[in-house]
Write a protein of this length. Structure first.
Length: 224
């Protein structure tokens, strides 16, 4: 998903070149490279943060209390300068009150400016729309609701829905956010097991928003 952009002849004193057959041709007839190549806005960010550290340990511990790997599990990436991901998941045993399962994951995608494809910011915008459409097309999603999220990067939307799996009701909130030429995708979900209550949409959404704000801030911090 990541993609990284005349002849000359002797002239006389009047600034015109002599063509074949004695025809006089103006030297300005051939456009310069600056005239033929459209300038593209430079990409705002050149680096991505360390993905598993983009969300603070305090926040991940509160959102996933019994994470199997407290420092997160990094996603495999062949180009960490352009894309990366990290996830946390765990089951908190509450004894006779059942158990609470939580999953949190975040991904970053950075786009370079390219004369043929557009600026990094434009490319990130285009892919935000595509990623949002993918989330909204989640098979089996119920009560799906998309909301514009303010105060998160340059633009962001949250998608909240319910999904039945492993015989339990899961609540999901996915956030698709853009800061400059970087796209941040975050998903947070949870379910109650063994008689425990299903987490509320408010709990899951507020947790997702808190985490994605830290992730977006980490992009700017990495480029100072």
């Amino acid at each position: 998903m990541l993609v990284a952009a005349g002849c000359s002849s002797d002239s006389d004193d009047s600034g015109k070149a002599q063509g074949q057959g004695g025809t006089t041709v103006s030297a300005s007839a051939t456009p310069s490279p600056s005239q033929t190549t459209k300038a593209v806005e430079p990409a705002r960010f050149a680096k991505l943060p360390e993905v598993c550290k983009a969300i603070s340990a305090k926040t991940t511990a509160s959102l996933v209390p019994k994470a199997k790997t407290k420092n997160g599990t990094p996603a495999v990436s062949s180009d960490l300068a352009s894309r990366g991901g990290c996830s946390w998941n765990g089951l908190e045993d509450k004894g006779v009150k059942g158990s609470q399962y939580r999953w949190l994951d975040v991904s970053f995608y950075r786009y370079e400016s390219d004369a043929s494809l557009g600026s990094g910011q434009e490319r990130a915008q285009e892919n935000l729309a595509k990623e949002l459409a993918k989330v909204e097309a989640t098979p089996g999603a119920k009560n799906l609701r998309t909301v514009v999220a303010t105060g998160i990067g340059d633009e962001a939307k949250t998608v909240t829905y319910r999904l039945r799996k492993t015989d339990e009701d899961f609540v999901y909130t996915s956030v698709v956010a853009r800061t400059g030429n970087v796209l941040v995708l975050l998903s947070y979900n949870g379910a109650g097991y063994a008689g425990a209550d299903t987490p509320s949409e408010k709990t899951i959404t507020s947790g997702a928003v808190k985490a994605v704000k830290e992730a977006v801030a980490a992009v700017a911090a990495a480029n100072k």
